[in-house]
Write a protein that binds this ligand. Structure first.
Ligand code: F6P
Length: 546
């Protein structure tokens, strides 16, 4: 059933207009106490959600909506291993990958936890052998460089974590190749010595064309450099759920680390897909990452909605998407090592909640997942923040800032922190015509010039944001932060009654790409529209010329 049928939805709709007319600056003037009351914390993450266009009345109704939509029941269905991903008939158990206790998690009567731990122990053992130099390449050299070949969930998660925790890295250098544009691979390999390079071919399905093309070219490069096919065994490992395809590719099952169909690609960094993280940081740090995520899982499962971070972020997002009509959401991490966080969240959120049918297949009559985007906040300030402050669209922002991290230059920290806090304050309060007038007059500008300048220098304000302050960007806190966003996406899907765990929308493009590739190679095929036909002809001629 659609969430719009609940009375709570209708009541929220009735409140939406009132809130469109309120300005956050006045809201704060009337109730400064909201700064203290509209905060929540878990796992070293402090959330200030007071700069949002809502109050306790709206929040209570949003929580009622979540209750009406049986968020709690759906959450238990996921955690307990029910086949919650109904269009693929699969359970959704990425939380089991990081569970710290021995409580069995049963799928079809069988506990999945022992299998999880066994694969993880194999991964740790392998990572340790590479890191210690016990694992040698074909010519007896130790491994200095690891190249992860994967795309989507088999790339973004490990890439983002390796970058976020790079100040702690003490293993081989890690590189990530995802794009089938050959320059991605060739530019990466240019700097590497084949005898000291290990390739991790990461693909849940092991059918992804981009990954297989890159893996084939990498293998050809290695075999040519080392002069022997047998070198592959010491330089290629695979992470996949598809043993048959891995062995068909020529990677020994001994060198394969498995996972399961109940781990969605975009939720897979906690599985063997995290192998590059283990290679770069070691098993102990990966354990910390898992422990942080597990702590957030427990918080999500047990904390009351009013203090539950994923529930709060999810419901605030619903208020904006469905009741205020804001279709985009910006992630602004201020720590540079979090620079790939928005790309990871983009897949997590948009591949999960970019849906237009309910779980029963009926069309949605409400908006669903927003457009998620972002860059490090400080860089954004010098690029697109202009639009956030004075543009015609309102974009809710999550400001994310860790106050400590190895590698920090302490003298830079106040500047970084001040910028982050200044942006959320500026977006909330804005600047009135009177303030601009007073400021320009005090600077000695002539009265007539002041009046001309005012419209350009007024900031409307009333632009909402969350601020997430993290005490220390450790593996534990990062794990908690990532699990927080995973569950935020879950909360929204549960309320919207959509399936967050399939991704049929990526299939049509894949089918057509394969067909068009055949056409480019000269095969006959059924004609496309006039535009695509003309582009195929132009591209075929262009490829032929080079
Ligand atoms: O095309 C989308 C997708 O299926 C993602 O969901 C997935 O993370 C990515 O492709 C890579 O898939 P695989 O790990 O099977 O290569």
């Amino acid at each position: 059933m659609s969430p719009t049928r609940h009375a709570s939805w209708q009541q929220l709709r009735a409140l939406a207009d009132t809130w469109r007319k309120k300005h956050l600056r006045q809201v704060f003037e009337h109730d400064p106490g909201r700064a203290a009351s509209m905060t929540a914390a878990a796992s070293g993450i402090h959330l200030d959600y007071s700069k949002n266009s809502l109050d306790s009345e709206v929040l209570a109704l949003l929580i009622e909506l979540a209750r009406d939509c049986d968020l709690a029941g759906q959450r238990e269905a996921m955690f307990s291993g029910q086949r919650y991903n109904l269009t693929e008939g699969r359970a959704v158990l990425h939380t089991a990958l990081r569970q710290q206790v021995d409580t069995p998690v049963k799928l079809d009567g069988e506990d999945v936890i022992p299998g999880v731990r066994e694969v993880r122990a194999r991964c740790y053992d392998f990572a340790e052998r590479v890191r210690s130099g016990a694992w040698r390449g074909h010519t007896g050299q130790t491994i200095t460089d690891v190249v992860n070949i994967g795309i989507g969930g088999s790339d973004l998660g490990p890439l983002m974590v390796c970058e976020a925790l790079s100040p702690l890295a003490d293993g081989p250098r890690v590189h990530f190749v995802s794009n089938v544009d050959g320059t991605h691979l060739s530019q990466t390999l240019r700097r590497l010595d084949a005898s000291r390079t290990l390739f991790v071919v990461a693909s849940k399905t092991f059918t992804t064309i981009e990954t297989l093309s890159n893996a084939r070219s990498a293998r050809a490069w290695l075999v040519e450099a080392l002069g022997s096919e047998t070198a592959v065994a010491r330089h290629f490992v695979a992470v996949s759920t598809n043993r048959e395809k891995v062995t068909a590719f020529g990677i020994d099952a001994e060198n394969m680390f498995g996972f399961w169909d109940w781990v969605g690609g975009r939720y897979s960094l906690w599985s063997a897909i995290g192998l590059p993280i283990m290679l770069s940081l070691g098993g102990a740090r990966f354990d910390e990452l898992l422990a942080g995520a597990a702590e957030m899982d427990e918080h999500f499962r047990a904390a009351p909605a009013e203090r539950n971070l994923p529930v709060l972020l999810g419901l605030i997002g619903i208020w904006y998407v469905n009741f205020q009509g804001y279709g985009s959401h910006l992630l602004a991490p201020y720590n540079n090592t979090l620079r790939r966080l928005p790309a990871w969240l983009q897949q997590l959120d948009m591949e999960s909640n970019g849906k237009s049918v309910h779980r029963d297949g009926s069309a949605t009559d409400h908006a669903t997942g927003p457009i998620v985007w972002g860059e490090p906040g400080i860089n954004g300030q010098h690029a697109y923040f202009q639009l956030l402050h004075q543009g015609s669209q309102i974009v809710p922002v999550d400001f994310i800032l860790a106050l400590a991290q190895r590698g920090q230059i302490d003298s830079h920290l106040p500047t970084l922190v001040a910028n982050c806090l200044a942006q959320s304050a500026a977006m909330m309060r804005g600047k009135t015509a009177d303030e601009v007038r007073a400021e320009l007059t005090a600077r000695g500008m002539a009265a007539a010039d002041v009046e001309t300048a005012i419209p350009h220098r007024v900031f409307p304000g009333n632009r909402p944001s969350n601020t997430l302050l993290i005490d220390n960007l450790s593996p534990h806190r990062l794990g908690a932060l990532l699990a927080l966003y995973e569950h935020k996406v879950f909360v929204q899907a549960a309320v919207w009654n959509i399936n967050a765990f399939d991704q049929w929308g990526v299939e049509l493009g894949k089918q057509l790409a394969s067909d068009i590739e055949n056409r480019l190679k000269g095969a006959d095929g059924k004609p496309y529209d006039a535009s695509t036909e003309a582009l195929i002809a132009l591209a075929a001629a262009g490829i032929g010329r080079h």
